[in-house]
Design a protein around this ligand. Sequence first.
Ligand SMILES: [Zn+2]
Length: 254
Amino acid sequence: MDDHWLPALTALEREIVRYDDPPPTGASGLAILPGHRPVLLSAPHAVRHRRDGLWKREDEYTAAIVHWLHERLGVHALYPTHRIDPDPHDDDDQGAYKQAVRDLVQAHDIRLVLDVHGARGDRDFALALGSIYGETCAPYETAIIRAFEMEGFHTNSRASSLDRIAINPSRYAGGARRPTVTRFVWQQLGVPAMQIEINAWARVVARLPESYEALRGVAPDFRGDPARIRRVLSGLMRIVEAVTISPDIESEAG
Ligand SMILES: [Zn+2]
């Protein structure tokens, strides 16, 4: 990885999303970026999203991460560019975001969908992997865990929580309760999918002044750990490589 990736992520985050602005008239408010690899990276909470009548904070830098991997590796990428209503995880599977997921999956050879999210910095994991307790991502779950283990994260660590991979922790199981992108992709499209929650320390390069947190004076100068952000990106790149060389398993999927 070259030296420019940190400022590149910050520049991207500044350029490609407007956390709290409504989409311009006539615009879809979605960035739909087709690629040439068999992986779709989705970041549905990249901006404010309306759930149960409340605007929820954006998952900072998830847009920058999936966009960067689109540019660098040619994965398919999808994220909202402006605040989104309804939240794709509270839409009865009827929202425009999930329809864009469906269109991408039906138009391209996509064997894995990773739904990328952000968790708060005080959680007890670096990464939480949600597959509804093993249901949604059986063909690739081991490879995904292995990819992050190769970057120094551990599933069974008594060391720092910021090196820990939590698998299907109760609040982040990928859609046991909510109509998530992960559940939609597996149950309705028959393609393996996993929800990945990334701790703020392993994701947020430099908090932007217009973020939900900064506007409320919560750690406005927050900077994550560059080494961990790099390890997360490298792990995601390993996953893309592993899926690219894997045989097409579509016929075995649900
Ligand atoms: Zn989220």
